[in-house]
Design a binder for this molecule. Sequence first.
Ligand code: COA
Length: 201
Amino acid sequence: MDRGQQLSGITCRPLTGADIPDLVDLLTQLRPTILRQSGRRGYRALLKHILANRDGLAIVALDGGRIIGYVLGARHWSRFKGRFVLRHPLLGIGSFARRRRDRADDVGEPDFPERSDGPESGRIIHVGVASGARRRGVGGALYRAMARAMSELGLARMVAHIDQGNEASLSLHRAAGWTVTPAPDGFLATRGLHEPAADDG
Ligand SMILES: CC(C)(COP(=O)(O)OP(=O)(O)OC[C@H]1O[C@@H](n2cnc3c(N)ncnc32)[C@H](O)[C@@H]1OP(=O)(O)O)[C@@H](O)C(=O)NCCC(=O)NCCS
């Protein structure tokens, strides 16, 4: 079965407000590191912030109307994060500051080398696919849609952090032609937005 057949019936489109409850359910199952300690409340606040903020980007994948995957991102990561902390000081400071206090704790956000997180970089906050929908090309399709959205904003590259030991994520990024290098707590993955993806075509 080729990739086109595997993906038949699956649509990727931008997140809307009506998707938030279902997407919060999926995030609660997959438990991305960012805002993890705040649970549903933190994930809901993050999604609303993405929708309300011109730096936020979110794409969902649907199968028969059901959300089966997502990719969340932001341009101008520092500005995006700063506005989140201003709007949600308790959630934001709890999540974003804790990492610096205790690097052994797995909450908060990973640190990025400054050079990879400049104004021309689009930051991937998290990509996730429901456990029953994996290895059908959904993660790759979400990344292609996010690459188009970031390109349209004039960004030059996408940047993602991969946690130590996340072999599925490492393979996904390598298969799609990202450059992966060791970084604190895992790997830094970057991909130029003017390069064709390895699985395009
Ligand atoms: C990582 C994740 C998003 C991949 O989504 P997916 O829809 O299964 O990915 P795709 O089907 O598009 O996979 C594309 C390619 O990536 C590689 N890949 C993906 N998952 C893999 C796995 N578990 N093991 C080995 N390779 C894998 C393969 O090369 C695959 O191509 P193939 O199926 O033709 O061999 C999914 O496993 C997930 O949601 N994991 C939990 C959340 C997470 O870790 N997110 C990443 C945070 S950085």
